[in-house]
Design a protein around this ligand. Sequence first.
Ligand code: G6Q
Length: 539
Amino acid sequence: MDFKDFSDLAAVDHLQQIAAAPCDLTRPGLLSADRFARYRLSSCGFDLLYATQRLDDTVLDGLQALADEAELVEKFRAMKKGAIMNRIEGYESEERQVLHTACRDIFGSRPDNPAAADQAKQQLALLQDFLRKLEEGTVVNHQGKSFTTMVQVGIGGSDLGPRALCLALAAYALPNRAVRFIANVDPDDAAAVLAGLDLSRTLVNVVSKSGTTLETLTNEQLVRAAYEKAGLDPAGHILAVTGQGSPMDDPERYLASFYMYDYIGGRYSATSMVGAVTLGFLLGYDPVLELLAGAHAMDQAAEEEDIRNNMPLLMALTGIWNHNFLGQPTLAILPYSQALIRFPAHLQQCDMESNGKFMTRQGNPVRWQTGPVVWGEPGTNGQHAFYQLLHQGTEIVPAEFIGFRHSQYGCDLEVEGTTSQQKLVANMLAQSLALALGRSHENPNRYFPGNRPNSILLADRLTPYSMGALLALYEHRIVFQGFCWNINSFDQEGVQLGKVLATRILVEIQRQDKEEAEPSADDSPEKNLLRQAAVSGRQ
Ligand code: G6Q
């Protein structure tokens, strides 16, 4: 497969030229009904309204040329079929397939990668069986009582996606089911979660692909100790999701075990058993299938060549337009849905760990900007916090709004003529317009410059299906951008160095504890830092 440097693409040259005079959203009459109708795309239950991006047909044609020249859809198809996409040519690297789409390629008779789809089906069958036993009362606690809570212990990709999904869909929880999460090695995280629980009615799902993650293994021990202290046998309460052959791949130690595979990256693993077990406990099996169906629909929609009909590709390219050509360094993701409270955090990891890279797929330093800083919070809360900077700051922050026409619970009240849901959606639409249009004013303090690019994703309701589609939409947007920038979006070498140094510092802490001696004469930077920390602790 031919991966070319971004700056060598002819389409990039052309886009650079037209970026000198981007479309002026503040021009009277520009945001017409025609423009809103023209720059709108519907896919998998979502409408993408992008008339408030600084683009026109010339820009879209240029972005289409970029997608074609960089063969983005072709690469995406190759990824789904099982090409070794996770690699750096000529250097030691993970050398893996990238097959998170196989987790949901379970509905048709001709999956893109039959072997991976079969493994997904096998794991789903195990999960279905386990959830049925919980329902029927075959799997119960030592007193014959049902389990009411599941605590997922995991971190990074083994926490953020699953947590975001469970929070997003908690409105559909089975009666008497709740889930909690422990991620941080900060002992207060586990203590706070465990404090409020009846451990005898609680299952613990330890999730670690590698089975070696310090935080997760430490928290597993903490949880096991809590069970023993309560006079309960942890073996009857603890499940595992891990990679085949990992140190945690030891079914004897666990009440139930599920696998995820090395071709699924942590941050792309929410639709594997990493997310499905806890979500299945919370919602039941069928909603998990609906989530997978939504994601699968978006996986298929992402294969369309025409950028005007391919939502993830169009979002990837408008992101590149804002970032590489209009020079905007960050991206705000602003869901107008309380249920999506942790979705920006999941996307922050998925995007920044994937595309925060300065090395090409050939191991050369890049000569162009790669992934933006991604951040966000739900609206309308954000409006009362950081939107000041979005409207009048010196940093221009492209924004992606996500909203729903209907609430999940349908429990709403008309106050002063409108429901809360109507107020929520009205606020989202207003923010989009205000950012784009701005406002002229004789008082400079009340002047809004406008021309702040943004788009809106709108669906009827946040359900398992629409959540699946939304998750996959963002996964593919990130992957398309990585292909375009010629970087490997699937490894995470940048998180290793800190881990290595922390391990060395822990060894030194242990040594000092044991010897109760003064620090040695060793002059390594980590020991010097530790000495300084110890000295400041004594002051
Ligand atoms: C994600 C990363 C990383 C990983 C965690 C947890 O893509 O690889 O966030 O998910 O470090 O790893 P384990 O699942 O192996 O414990």
